[in-house]
Design a protein around this ligand. Structure first.
Ligand SMILES: [Zn+2]
Length: 347
């Protein structure tokens, strides 16, 4: 909230000037003690490192101290509506906007969207890894009591989590806009749930938002299952198993991510065969020691045959686990699971 135009975007240290403001404002100003004062944005382009973090401080205060769950969800919904009230604009202040106070201190972008980007990082990482990463960020010797650029935060996140958020930053910090999702689902008689996820973007600056999608599945008897659809390509199919008849599917049920006007549709014409075509795969190929399988979500028996048809291995595939092929002699093999065959090369 402080406006000091002395060349860098410094916040007041130790004393926040507050008079008659509400508690979210106090939370915002308190958050600046760490984000703004201890770690200060290195250029006006990076003002979100102060104001987005301080706005996220308001999220936390609202969630933990000031609001009940319903009120907090209403608050998030309001933030989401405000951020997506316009299709463009980036959190990072472009050089061409550096002469505009309005662009630098954009309430929609530097404050609200910057704060929401942190909420999305929290969703992607989970609470423990997220808060550890944020603590690491403002404690790093090169950043604490110093200046940080947006790229420093990205580098710090990689060090803390081992995950490369460059694509995420390109979509959400440097890029503009938000996605709109079209989610279709169908439950087959064996209770498997097939999803098809399509996405459009509000701004041509982002070609695709890769994002784990939060989905809540409600059963006809009051059962609940929480699923994550790791959406990495358009028109992507997912197969998930639930153990109850499904009544409804809710998307973005705690406003974990930014999107607008998304739809969820029960679609009994959804082809389960195209799921196999789109997402079933074995990689890398050729492989040396390990194979990764995608598109199989339940433990399933698999077999590996030598190219001449001789059985080599029979085992049970565990979703998420790799398949060890280090003992196979180099050559061409057939991997068989659920009546599907894939040829692979071991070297
Ligand atoms: Zn502020």
């Amino acid at each position: 909230m402080e406006f000091q135009f002395n060349g860098t975007c410094m916040e007041h240290q130790t004393m926040s000037s507050m008079s008659g403001w509400g508690r979210p404002v106090i939370a915002h100003e308190l958050a600046h003690q760490w984000f703004g004062d201890k770690v200060t944005c290195g250029a006006w382009n990076d003002i979100w490192l102060n104001e987005g973090f301080a706005t996220f401080g308001e999220h936390v205060a609202n969630e933990k101290l000031l609001m009940n769950n319903t009120q907090f969800l209403t608050y998030l919904s309001g933030q989401k509506d405000f951020i997506t009230s316009s299709p463009g604009g980036s959190v990072y202040v472009a050089d061409s906007n550096l002469n505009s106070i309005g662009a630098i201190f954009s309430g929609r972008l530097s404050y609200s969207k910057g704060g929401y980007v942190l909420r999305m990082l929290k969703w992607i990482l989970g609470d423990a890894a997220f808060y550890q990463a944020i603590q690491d960020y403002h404690s790093r010797p090169n950043l604490a009591y110093n200046y940080a650029r947006t790229s420093d935060l990205n580098a710090s996140l990689l060090l803390s989590t081992g995950k490369d958020f460059t694509g995420f930053f390109n979509d959400w910090i440097y890029g503009e806009g938000y996605p709109t999702y079209d989610i279709r689902w169908r439950q087959s008689p064996d209770q498997n749930l097939t999803f098809k996820v399509s996405q459009t973007q509000s701004s041509p600056t982002v070609s695709f938002y890769e994002m784990p999608l939060p989905v809540k599945v409600n059963g006809t008897g009051g059962q609940v299952a929480y699923l994550t659809l790791d959406n990495t390509s358009n028109n992507q199919y997912f197969l998930k198993s639930v153990s109850f008849p499904v009544a409804s599917v809710q998307f973005n049920y705690e406003y974990q991510i930014l999107e607008k006007n998304s739809t969820v549709t029960k679609d009994n014409t959804l082809s389960t065969a195209s799921f196999d075509l789109d997402t079933f795969g074995l990689y890398p190929n050729p492989a040396k020691n390990e194979l990764y399988l995608k598109g199989v979500d339940k433990p399933s028996e698999y077999t590996i045959y030598f190219i001449d048809g001789k059985l080599v291995t029979k085992d049970v595939y565990q979703p998420g686990k790799t398949i060890n092929i280090s003992k196979l002699i180099p050559g061409t093999y057939i991997f068989k699971i659920n009546d599907k065959n894939i040829k692979f090369l071991k070297h």
